[in-house]
Design a protein around this ligand. Structure first.
Ligand SMILES: [Mn+2]
Length: 347
């Protein structure tokens, strides 16, 4: 079941909570002593940065499928803040750079020990920093792939488990991304979305509509879920999409965004008799966002031209951060998963 550690970091006493969360996540995915220490170090550095440079923020620790779609679960650590941001992200990533105190040194350390590290920062809006730590040595974890997926999952009201779940599976040129929102929230919602993740790993070789039929069977006996499934064939340059229930899906095509529509129903409880797949071209300027209804439906797609090149989980975290406000409190678990083309020319 999706276990997420949502650690509010507003004073130095919470740095320890961040480290403990990373250690617990590392134990959950079976990291050895040295990779566990790396995850703990990254969580400590990012949490410390939140206090020193952003007047606090949120640290999300999660276990996720790696963006390459290969290998087992890894520990993902995302720091989100509404702080002053940084004008020059690349300079901040170089060791020794610092705007105040040890910012540069801390981020340089994170980048060195993590398998993936990425940062998105806009002056006046805030910073999202992301690191993943898995079992593999860093050199082995790097691999050029034509598309990658990532996301964030934030349980309602700081709960330990989310009723939402997302995952993705790669098989040759075919990538299948799924987001499931178990009805309601809490353990029973989590049971339904976890059943969807398990079934996807058995069914990802099938077309989207058939995947949904299999999921419908697998979720019988649970309270059911809203599910969206997207498949990209990077060789053929095609994207297929099908969904049942209230999972949002938006596709960026160049400068415009379009909604991909799901059918009404509840997977595992009430499946529509006909399921049509949407088929559209997939190209280097595309970006797909799947999200549960914890994200306000009127969220505005990111206009920052640098964002699509970011790690997909960074894009997901920025979308959640910029959609939330104290005027619209979140009332449900929130998961956002992003599928993006690889940017081969990114330094
Ligand atoms: Mn929901």
């Amino acid at each position: 079941m999706p276990r997420v550690w949502d650690v509010p970091v507003h004073d130095s006493t919470r740095v320890r909570d961040a480290r403990v969360a990373a250690e617990e996540a590392a134990a959950l995915v079976g990291l050895d002593e040295s990779r566990t220490a790396a995850a703990a170090l990254v969580a400590t550095e990012l949490a410390t940065n939140l206090i020193k440079h952003a007047h606090g923020g949120q640290l999300l620790v999660d276990t996720v499928a790696p963006p390459s779609g290969r290998g087992g679960l890894v520990v993902q650590i995302v720091a989100v803040d509404h702080g002053p941001g940084m004008a020059d992200v690349r300079a901040a990533l170089g060791d020794g750079f610092s705007t105040a105190g040890s910012l540069g040194a801390g981020l340089g350390t994170c980048r060195r020990v993590a398998d993936d590290f990425d940062l998105h920062s806009v002056p006046g809006r805030g910073t999202v920093a992301l690191a993943r730590v898995g079992a593999a040595a860093k050199a082995d974890a790097r691999e050029t792939v034509a598309a990658r997926a990532g996301g964030v999952n934030i349980p309602f009201a700081g709960a330990q488990r989310s009723g939402d779940a997302w995952t993705w599976v790669r098989a040759g040129d075919r990538l299948t991304l799924m987001l499931a929102d178990g009805l309601g929230h809490g353990p029973e919602a989590s049971r339904a979305s976890t059943a969807a993740v398990d079934e996807l790993h058995r069914s990802a070789h099938l077309p989207c509509a058939e995947v949904l039929r299999r999921l419908d069977r697998a979720l019988r006996g649970t309270r059911g879920a809203a599910v969206a499934v997207a498949q990209v064939d990077t060789g053929a340059g095609r994207l297929w999409f099908a969904g049942i229930g209230n999972v949002g899906a938006r596709l960026r095509e160049g400068d415009s965004w379009r909604h991909l529509l799901s059918r009404p129903g509840i997977v595992g409880v009430h499946r529509p008799t006909t399921l049509r797949e949407t088929e559209v071209p997939w190209a280097a300027d595309r970006l797909l966002v799947l999200h549960s209804d914890g994200l306000p439906s009127r969220w505005v797609p990111p206009s920052d031209p640098g964002l699509p090149a970011c790690d997909p989980a960074v894009t997901a975290a920025v979308i959640v951060r910029d959609a939330s406000s104290s005027a619209r409190p979140v009332r449900d678990d929130t998961a956002v998963a992003v599928l993006s083309p690889t940017q081969p020319d990114r330094p």
